[in-house]
Design a protein around this ligand. Structure first.
Ligand code: FES
Ligand code: FE2
Length: 366
């Protein structure tokens, strides 16, 4: 492990930014697998993937970082579970394709499991002592949902309810369950930069007037603000005059304001961008210290409001962000640059993220 000689001052007015080597040194990348990604909540699917009893949905948790084979199942009693997808006999993947099945059966030597992960049967094991035992069941993996989104964590450092508490308070009045995935408005971007640089850039609106001319017209930069919560933060996009805004109910803490977008960041690598038309999800998947895949997933509940205001032209904004983040990646390899300072008024979200990285990466946990 590299030397631990850095701190992020709790006072943004005094603090220096993350040391440059954290964005480029493969040893820090390695440490983040165990200390950040295995311990945090990852958005992996939506509930439409497992709608009917008997349905199974295999997936790989964070390909390239954790590569953990997992499985969602819905049993005959309609109960949803997340299980290890690795056969407890000799380690084959139990389920290779999404399907509706009466039980799970490993194709290597025929071990069978229920949708609850329980061992059911296995040929040629008469005489094996102490068999079957609970170790022969498929392990249960912590999971939960918010709206339609399914989150999983191998070893959660905090409950999902804590992660989602503030997001619930702000947008649970929206028709979250009516949102439909729109593949035509979803795509992956390969970014030649560290995952944390991508997040840094997301976490401030400071660069909007410099980098995103089209978005700058839709938002009122003077009113743009960041709110900090324990595991998440929120950038509130106040709309310019004439732009599309939420019809906020009286129960909303923002009632009476002209809000065009809520940009929620969830530690460490999930973004929920909530617009009047629906949600644009960004999942930031690290591939290597200097390579990241960002998935943009659009979930629409009001198609008539697409292509208006801050929630339009997302592909252009993404390409503008990518270019600037890739430029930073080249800069942080410098032998001259080490760290910078924060704007106390415009970079509270970046500071918050770096404080969390300090806790998880430098200190080893929450
Ligand atoms: S590995 Fe699954 S039955 Fe042998
Ligand atoms: Fe941007």
């Amino acid at each position: 492990m590299p030397a631990l000689d850095w701190t992020i001052d709790a006072d943004i007015r005094r603090a220096a930014t993350l040391p440059a080597e954290l964005y480029s040194d493969p040893r820090w990348f390695e440490a983040s697998r165990r200390q950040i990604f295995a311990r945090s909540w990852q958005l992996v699917a939506d509930t439409d993937a497992v709608r009917v009893p008997g349905q199974v949905h295999p997936f790989t948790l964070l390909e390239g970082v954790l590569d953990e084979p997992l499985l969602f199942t819905r049993d005959a009693q309609d109960e949803l579970r997340c299980l290890s997808n690795v056969c407890t006999h000799r380690g084959t993947l139990v389920c290779e394709h999404a399907a509706v099945l009466p039980a799970l059966r490993c194709r290597y030597h025929g071990r069978r499991f229920g949708h609850d992960g329980r061992f059911l049967s296995m040929p040629e094991f008469e005489g094996a002592e102490g068999f079957p035992s609970p170790a022969d069941d498929l392990a249960q993996v912590p999971f939960g949902s918010w709206g339609k989104f399914l989150f999983v964590s191998l070893d959660p450092a905090f409950p999902l309810a804590e992660l989602m508490a503030e997001i619930d308070a702000r947008v649970s009045w929206l028709p979250l369950h009516e949102a439909r995935f729109d593949p035509s408005r979803s795509r992956d971007y390969l970014v030649r930069a560290n995952w944390a640089l991508y997040c840094d850039n997301y976490l401030e609106g400071f660069h909007i007037p410099f980098v995103h001319a089209s978005l700058a017209d839709a938002l009122d930069y003077g009113e743009y603000r960041t709110e900090i919560f324990p595991w998440t933060n929120l950038q509130v996009g106040v709309a310019s005059d004439g732009e599309d805004v939420f019809d906020l109910p009286a129960s909303s803490p923002d009632h009476g304001q002209r809000i065009g977008a809520y940009y929620f960041w969830l530690f460490p690598n999930t973004m929920l961008n909530v617009y009047p038309w629906g949600i644009s999800v960004n999942v930031v998947r690290p591939l290597a210290a200097d390579r990241t895949r960002v998935s943009f997933l659009s979930y629409v509940w009001d198609a008539s409001r697409l292509d208006r205001g801050a929630g339009s032209g997302l592909d252009r904004v993404e390409r503008e962000d990518e270019a600037v983040v890739e430029s930073v990646q080249r800069g942080v390899r410098s032998r001259i640059y080490r760290r910078g300072r924060y704007s106390p008024t415009r970079e509270q979200g970046v500071h918050h993220f770096h404080r969390l990285l300090e806790r998880f990466l430098r200190d080893g946990g929450p």
